[in-house]
Ligand binder design. Structure first.
Ligand SMILES: [Zn+2]
Length: 351
């Protein structure tokens, strides 16, 4: 391994004011004995990175912090107590960078739900930099078939897999509606197809026109725009008219749950994976009357990562239509804006 230089460039989010991110020269982080230092090869831009950049996020950020939590890279150094990983290996990383060791959720394998966990890109320095330090327990080995750019999207694929295939129980042939065709919504549509969805509906707003087109290309049978079409009427006129079996609510607002409740069939399921801090103001009576199973889905854990890596490795998840642009880290602003405007679904940066 070549000797590491002492400094690197990283994209730092430095305050909660809008547009407070910039490239800065930073010291290369030091991995402790249970960590690996990963040379980042590719890092995906997440909606949460854009929210922090815009100052519209609803979570606590430890400023200043290097953005980025969807990444792949090569191990540049391993700590003395790390077993099973070596310098030079290609890896991807989970996101729960810091966990309280006494968390009961670790014992249950549900560390993704530990409220005190800190993640890359907001709690600790993330991967929009040449190097990032990563606890060895977060690492997964990367198959040679996968490009670093596609591998960087393992994390959002895991979010979608957890929502559709772990926290929902779709049966082959079930009608599935995805509300919100952002990156996570489109990946949820891909997962629904993998899980054997029957008719697949994707619902968006006018700003989603480009994303709805991609939804059709990845196999949605119907796409609807809420401002132009009445989604509830569509559901009433579809099939037996009782509604859809499973709704995946991937919109970044609470209000979309109302639409989910309106279109789900009695005894159906709703899984909410998109979130936003705004309150909602409507009755939950349909939840009761239809005896709907309403389920939240947050993050992912170890076995979801291994499964998704295998699905990516075997080409069962095809990211060609989702990953629309790759650029050097210096062009971060253009890519953030292209994603924010809906011009591209997903951008990946090479630090
Ligand atoms: Zn993300």
């Amino acid at each position: 391994m070549a000797r590491l230089s002492n400094s690197m460039t990283g994209l730092v989010n430095f305050s909660n004011k809008p547009h407070s991110a910039e490239l800065r020269e930073l010291p290369v982080p030091q991995a402790n004995e249970e960590e690996a230092l990963v040379a980042v090869k590719a890092v995906g831009i997440c909606g949460s990175d854009i929210h922090q950049y815009e100052g519209t996020h609803s979570w606590r950020v430890n400023y200043p912090v290097v953005l980025g939590h969807e990444f792949s890279g090569v191990i540049a150094k391993v700590g003395s107590r790390v077993r099973g990983f070596q310098e030079g290996e290609s890896v991807v990383s989970e996101t729960a960078a810091v966990l309280p060791l006494d968390s009961p959720f670790i014992r249950q394998g549900l560390y993704n739900l530990e409220p005190k966990r800190l993640g890359f890109g907001y709690g600790v320095d993330g991967a929009m930099a040449a190097f990032v330090r990563v606890p060895a327990r977060c690492l997964h080995r990367l198959p040679a078939s996968l490009s670093f750019e596609k591998a960087a999207l393992t994390e959002p694929c895991c979010v979608a897999y957890q929502a559709v295939c772990v926290n929902s129980r779709p049966r082959p042939g079930d009608t599935v509606a995805v509300i919100g065709p952002g990156p996570i919504g489109l990946l949820c549509a891909l997962m629904a197809k993998l899980a054997g969805a029957g008719h697949l509906l994707v619902v968006g707003i006018p700003a989603d026109a480009r994303r709805l087109e991609i939804a059709r290309q990845i196999g949605a049978d119907t796409t609807l725009c809420t401002q132009e079409e009445n989604v509830v009427d569509w559901a009433k006129n579809f099939g037996d008219g009782y509604g859809v079996d499973l709704v995946i609510d991937a919109a970044g607002v609470s209000a979309s749950l109302k639409l989910a409740l309106d279109v789900v069939r009695p005894a159906g399921q709703i899984t909410k994976v998109g979130w936003g801090p705004q309150p909602f103001n409507y009755s939950l009576d349909p939840l009761v009357q239809k005896a709907v199973t309403l389920q939240g889905s947050f993050s992912h854990n170890w076995d979801t990562w291994e499964t998704v890596i295998s699905l990516l490795d075997t080409g069962k998840i095809d990211l060609d239509l989702i990953l629309n642009r790759v650029a050097p880290l210096t062009e971060w602003r253009e890519l953030f804006e292209a994603m924010h405007s809906g011009e591209i679904v997903k951008g990946v940066l090479n630090p």
